[in-house]
Design a protein around this ligand. Sequence first.
Ligand SMILES: [Zn+2]
Length: 318
Amino acid sequence: MLTAMWQRLDRDPPVFFEDQLAPALGAARERVFALGLLRPTAPSGFAPCRECGTGYVGRVEWLTSARTGARDAYIPCPACGPVRIDPDALRQWRIDLGAVLGAVRAAGRIHGPVTEVVPGHAWHLGSANWARRRREAYFVRCVYDGTRARIAAALATHPRAVLLFPTEGAAHAWGRATENPVVALNSVAALGPEGITFDTERVEGHVVDSAAEPVRKKAPPKRASRVEKISRLTAEVIEFLRRARSHAFATLRLSKEPALLPRPTKAQLGRSVELSKPEVTRCFNDPDARELNLYWDMAADLDAVMAFQGPISAGPSE
Ligand SMILES: [Zn+2]
C-alpha cells in the first residue's frame, strides 16, 4: 500500500502533486496523513501540460486578467500555446522523512539517536536486536554515482550493519557496493491499522549471521547441497525476472501500460527445479539466500522488474 511512497522517497525532492495522491496511495491516504508522513509544502513552480500528450512540463507564469483583475496560472506549452493551470493542481505534499524514519524505528524496535551520516542520503538509525544479535541499522536513499563512495566510506567501520533502502530496485542497485545485508522497506514495512508495521522475521532472513561463517568454510555435505539448491532457485528467479521484464515492455508497447507477469508461488518455483516445498522454505530462510530473497521481492515489483539489468554477482559460470 505504501509502495508509491517508498518509490518517491528514493527520488529528490520526495514530493507528490495533489492529484497524484489518490492514485498513488489509494485508501491508505487518510492514514498516511493521520500519521503525519506527508506535509504540505510550497506550491510547484512547474506543471505538466494536460492538454496534449507531449509530456511537456513548463514553468508556471501568473498573469492578471485585464478584464477581471483575477490572477491565473499558465504554462507556455510549445504544442498548445498558453495552457491555463488549476492552482490546486500546483499543491504539493512532501514526505516527512523524520516522521517516516521515526515510524520505521518504532515498528522495527530500532533504538538510539538518529544521526545523518551522509547529508540527504544516509542515516544511522540506531541498533536493533535481530537474529539474536545487536545490529546497527542504516537508512540509505537516492544513491547516485557521486554519493556511492561517500556512503560506502561511512559504512566501512560497520560491515555487519543492516542497510534499509526504500525499494527493492534501490537495494538491488546497491548490490555488492559493500558486504552489508540489504533490505527494501517496501518488502518489510507496511501500513497496518495501528500505523507502520515491520516484518522482523523477513529482516532476519536477510541478515547473514556471522556465527554461521565458520560452518560455511568447513562446508559439510549438507551445507554444500543447500548452497547448490539456493543457486538453482536463484537462477530460476533470475530467469523469471528476464521473462517478466520482456513481458512488461511488450505490454507497454501494445497498450501503453506495462503489466506485471504474475510471480509463481514458492511451491511452483520449487517444482520447476525439483525441490519440495519444505526444501524451498529452508533455502529462502538460509543466511546465504540474500540474493535469492532480493530477486524474489523484485519479481513482485513492476518498477524493479523493468529496471532489472541482470544478476548483481557474476558468480561461477555454469
Ligand atoms: Zn500541451
